[in-house]
Write a protein that binds this ligand. Structure first.
Ligand SMILES: *[C@@H]1O[C@H](CO)[C@@H](O)[C@H](O)[C@H]1NC(C)=O
Ligand SMILES: *[C@@H]1O[C@H](CO)[C@@H](O)[C@H](O)[C@H]1NC(C)=O
Ligand SMILES: *[C@@H]1O[C@H](CO)[C@@H](O)[C@H](O)[C@H]1NC(C)=O
Ligand SMILES: *[C@@H]1O[C@H](CO)[C@@H](O)[C@H](O)[C@H]1NC(C)=O
Ligand SMILES: *[C@@H]1O[C@H](CO)[C@@H](O)[C@H](O)[C@H]1NC(C)=O
Ligand SMILES: *[C@@H]1O[C@H](CO)[C@@H](O)[C@H](O)[C@H]1NC(C)=O
Length: 431
């Protein structure tokens, strides 16, 4: 390689100039900073569509590549002349990485309307103004990782209607508001990992907005996460989030070093979701609301959790109300030793043959609005001596059997919640 280079260099010195066409074979060309010494002839190299430059001091070579589509620049200094690139209207990919690019101004890419991918990773970008990317109607991929971006102005990604993939990882962003992505209807891959985010809100007026992949790893400042968009894979590795609320489905949740204690998915559509894929990393989980999520018996059954370690030993509160559960799989890791409050109301339970020996600390059980015809209540109480309140109205028991159960639990000082004095809107906290 060096010999070859020296040879060319020598020939160039003798002849006076080199044809770029001869220096680069095929359609790809790579020039190192040593090549700045070359004198190129005026002969253009129309074959070349891909060019990597190890220097940014002299862009005259770009005049020789009229059909360039992919341009890579590395190690550019702070003061390199970015505007000199503004002649390439057919460019599809521009990558300037590990350089000192610090400012992007209004209409910065106005002369490159064909860009489909813009990768500016590893620069020193601090801010981008409204309108920086405005003309990039074809842009699909935008990478801005490893910069110093602090603030995203309201319309910085406006309109970018075709944007699918956005990498903002390892910056200094603290806030994402509902306006930030309000026009990016195609966005499906979003990396925000490694930012000091404290606030993250997605647009709620885009019905089709859904993310395939959302990475919030190492966002250690983020404590509360509220999602109102469907997310296929959510990554919260080493993330600060303690409370997660989502009313749209999540298919997979990865959370190494999880700090999540509260997960509230009530109202999300979870049919077709494997609960093990969203819960098994959450070893610190204490409070879980899966009410009104369309889940069935098979979702909660132990066999769905068998294929991986799922130590959900800290769940104290579990709400499975308003689902399609018809029997209780006691071997499920959801019914663990810490369980104190269990709401199974408004399901399709026909019997409650529950021997969850693991959940012997249960204090509150809601069974109203099911399809129960029998209840081995003495047996049940033998297993659950800590029970303090119980609701079982609106089932299929005859009234005499109903009275029998009420009487039994009264003697045991278990509060039986009746339909009329239901205080369901303000459930009293149990400890
Ligand atoms: C970029 O610069 C760094 C530091 O000067 C150097 O180590 C690296 O090899 C350079 N990369 C290229 C591709 O020239
Ligand atoms: C940003 O640009 C958009 C579109 O051109 C415009 O509607 C909006 O008012 C601008 N916002 C600011 C803060 O300049
Ligand atoms: C989900 O939550 C968002 C934000 O709280 C709300 O605007 C939206 O209406 C909710 N969607 C559903 C289906 O409940
Ligand atoms: C259940 O969730 C759906 C959205 O999936 C919502 O429209 C409905 O109002 C919820 N019902 C109750 C009783 O919360
Ligand atoms: C469980 O969820 C339902 C519906 O979302 C709610 O009405 C009920 O109060 C919750 N149960 C408890 C014990 O909080
Ligand atoms: C309740 O159980 C009966 C049989 O015992 C069954 O015919 C009926 O469909 C069940 N209802 C519900 C809502 O599951």
């Amino acid at each position: 390689m060096i010999w070859c280079f020296l040879l060319i260099f020598t020939i160039a010195s003798i002849v006076g100039s080199t044809d770029l066409d001869e220096l680069c074979s095929g359609n790809t060309c790579r020039l190192s900073d040593l090549d700045t010494r070359l004198q190129f002839s005026a002969k253009t190299a129309p074959r070349i569509d891909t060019l990597s430059l190890g220097f940014c001091s002299d862009f005259r070579v770009l005049e020789l590549t009229p059909n360039l589509e992919y341009l890579n620049l590395i190690n550019c200094s702070r003061d390199f002349n970015f505007d000199a690139l503004n002649t390439m209207s057919q460019l599809k990919l521009l990558r300037i990485r590990d350089s000192r690019l610090s400012e992007l101004h209004h209409d910065q890419f106005a002369k490159m309307p064909a860009l489909e991918a813009l990768c500016l990773n590893g620069n020193a970008i601090e801010g981008m103004v409204n309108g920086t990317f405005a003309q990039l109607q074809e842009l699909v991929t935008l990478e801005l990782s490893d910069n110093s971006i602090k603030f995203l102005s309201k319309s910085v990604f406006y309109p970018l209607m075709k944007l699918e993939s956005l990498d903002l990882s390892n910056n200094k962003i603290t806030s994402i508001t509902a306006d930030t992505f309000s026009r990016n209807v195609q966005l499906n891959l979003l990396r925000l990992n490694g930012n000091p985010l404290t606030n993250l809100i997605f647009p709620s007026d885009l019905p089709k907005f859904r993310l395939d992949f959302l990475d919030l790893s190492d966002c250690t400042q983020l404590k509360n996460l509220q999602l109102s968009v469907e997310v296929n894979t959510l990554v919260l590795d080493n993330c600060g989030v303690e409370r997660l609320r989502s009313n749209k489905s999540i298919q997979r949740l990865r959370a190494a070093e999880s700090k999540l204690t509260h997960v509230d998915l009530h109202g999300a559509q979870l049919d077709g979701v494997f609960l093990s894929e969203i819960l098994c990393d959450l070893q610190t989980l204490e409070w879980l609301d899966l009410s009104n999520t369309s889940i069935e018996t098979s979702h909660v059954s132990g066999s769905n959790f068998n294929h991986r370690r799922c130590p959900l030993l800290n769940i104290r509160f579990l709400n499975l109300s308003r689902n399609q559960i018809d029997s209780l799989p006691s071997e499920s890791p959801l019914f663990g030793p810490s369980l104190i409050i269990l709401d199974l109301s408004h399901n399709k339970l026909e019997s409650i043959s529950m021997e969850p020996t693991k959940s012997h600390n249960l204090q509150s059980l809601r069974l109203e609005g099911n399809n129960l015809t029998s209840f081995y209540y003495r047996y049940f109480y033998d297993w659950h001596r800590n029970l303090k309140e119980l609701a079982f109205y609106d089932n299929k028991f005859g009234s005499s059997f109903n009275n029998e159960i009420v009487e039994y639990f009264s003697l045991k000082h278990v509060h039986v919640i009746q339909k009329d004095n239901q205080a369901r809107d303000t459930p009293k906290p149990l400890h």
